[in-house]
Design a protein around this ligand. Structure first.
Ligand SMILES: Nc1nc2c(ncn2[C@@H]2O[C@H](COP(=O)(O)OP(=O)(O)OP(=O)(O)O)[C@@H](O)[C@H]2O)c(=O)[nH]1
Ligand SMILES: [Mg+2]
Length: 461
């Protein structure tokens, strides 16, 4: 890592482009206060950012020579208790693109460099204020789509995941110390670690890592969202159901079978779960090439979904196609018995016989019992858990893969112990497990990977 680059003073607009009450230009680096001061004129001439206490504000103007650019409030935050651990200055401008751009340009002309995406957070990581898992959580907090996703990200930012990983690391290190002592001092009078001790230590660790890994699916959904596909025969009310769940008229609904030709997607929040909902073309045998392409896309959406809602029209007798779809329905599915406002003709007993997955009755057109369906969707995801964010969870695929690798190395160590291999082999496996855990918190990780992680961040964070 080019540490010298972190001695540059960087600047960026930290708020999104567009009109807003306030926009923030942020600086970090050894010259942050000095460079900000060059473009700032305090309203009270006796107060200067240069002599300002940390976390105090100063009212005045950003100026270009004698020309006033904007009326601002400037906050000075002094190293080391700042976001980056360096001196940080935030200039609260008016939130229009012109005052923000001009302020940014003036600071750059004074000698600052434009920040790379995520460079403020990268500095916080390199200077040791947060570890890599916490830095990744910063982006997750910004990107969170629901309160539950945000809770998980905040817990990770506060270091909950890092604590769990560090406890695993310490357990491995203490096992390693004991194993290495027995290797180095075989002829001395110290208490030797036995194969049984090692096996017990590793088994306990694997159990805890396994419990953390078991949260990964739940975590992935919180971070990336749940993909839900609405499928069924033509005209059963799939698009009406999409509209009912979204509470808008997003998709075209008509009494003509084959109305929906393409997959229509939209995002919503169901009891805290970020969901991407896909309405699809009715599944049927067709020789019409447009309809056939629609059916292909429906099948693809069904295959890619985390959860499938199979809609059945209860105002008609069950058809062969309904039964075929029921048989194909994945375990993570819900049968939606639609049009409950009309007299029931479909044989619901046959549906219950055909599947063991939940069945919910609704009227998509009238909007009745839609909340029951939402409840069924969240139960299917959380499997009865509350998803209250109290548990430490894995939300990031990178962390999941590293934990799986650590677990695989521990499994090899268990095998080596059971087979009575020498302690050197067991120690080598334990060191590999340790290296995988290190990757999560960002110890000894190749720079290329670290750069890739921060490249995903927005400018100004
Ligand atoms: N009575 C009643 N009619 C409904 C209900 N849901 C949908 N319909 C009607 O059923 C017809 C088809 O609805 P759509 O939502 O377009 O059905 P679809 O499954 O998307 O149809 P395709 O896109 O053609 O596959 C429309 O006339 C709707 O008004 C319901 O709950 N009750
Ligand atoms: Mg439709």
């Amino acid at each position: 890592m080019d540490i010298a680059r972190f001695q540059d003073t960087i600047v960026a607009i930290s708020t999104p482009p567009g009109r807003s009450g306030i926009g923030i230009v942020r600086l970090s680096g050894p010259q942050a206060v000095e460079l900000a001061n060059r473009v700032f004129r305090p309203a009270n001439r006796s107060r200067s950012p240069l002599t300002q206490r940390s976390f105090a504000t100063c009212y005045g103007h950003v100026v270009d020579g004698e020309h006033i650019v904007d009326e601002v409030i400037l906050t000075v935050m002094r190293a080391p208790h700042t976001y980056t651990t360096q001196d940080v200055v935030e200039i609260n401008c008016h939130g229009g693109i012109v005052p923000l751009r001009r302020t940014l340009e003036l600071v750059i002309n004074s000698g600052a460099r434009l920040a790379d995406p995520g460079e403020f957070t990268k500095r916080a990581y390199y200077f040791g204020r947060i570890d890599l898992a916490q830095a990744e959580a910063v982006a997750d907090v910004i990107n969170a789509q629901t309160e539950q996703s945000q809770k998980a990200a905040i817990a990770q930012l506060a270091g909950r995941l890092s604590e769990a990983i560090n406890t695993f690391r310490e357990n491995i290190i203490s096992l390693l110390v004991r194993i290495e002592a027995s290797i180095d001092f075989t002829d001395q009078d110290i208490e030797m670690i036995t194969g049984a001790d090692i096996a017990k230590g590793i088994a306990g660790l694997r159990e805890e890592i396994g419990a953390l890994l078991a949260t990964a699916e739940h975590g992935r959904i919180l971070r990336e969202g749940l993909k839900v596909a609405i499928v069924g025969r033509p005209n059963v009310g799939k698009s009406s159901l999409l509209n009912a769940l979204l509470r808008t008229n997003r998709a075209i609904v008509t009494e003509v079978p084959g109305t929906t030709r393409d997959v229509i997607e939209d995002a919503l929040n169901i009891n805290g779960i970020p969901v991407t909902l896909a309405d699809t073309a009715g599944l049927c045998d067709t020789s019409n090439i447009v309809e056939a392409e629609g059916v292909n896309r429906s099948r693809q959406a069904m295959a890619e979904a985390d959860l499938v809602l199979l809609v059945i029209d209860t105002s008609e007798p069950l058809q062969e196609d309904d039964l075929k779809l029921l048989a194909q329905l994945p375990a993570c599915g819900i049968v939606v018995m639609n049009k409950e406002d009309l007299p029931t003709v479909a044989d619901s007993g046959k549906v219950a016989e055909a599947t063991s997955i939940p069945v919910v009755w609704v009227s998509a057109r009238e909007g009745t019992h839609i909340q029951d369906l939402e409840q069924a969707i969240s139960s299917a995801v959380w499997e009865g858990k509350t998803g209250d964010g109290e548990q430490t969870i894995i939300t990031n695929v990178r962390h999941k893969v590293a934990l799986q690798e650590a677990d695989a190395a521990l499994a090899r160590a268990t095998g080596a112990t059971a087979n009575g291999y020498s302690e050197e082999f067991i120690a080598a496996d334990l060191r590999e497990a340790l290296a995988s855990l290190d990757e999560i918190v960002g110890k000894c990780l190749p720079e290329e990977i670290i750069n890739r992680i921060f490249a995903e961040f927005c400018i100004g964070k």
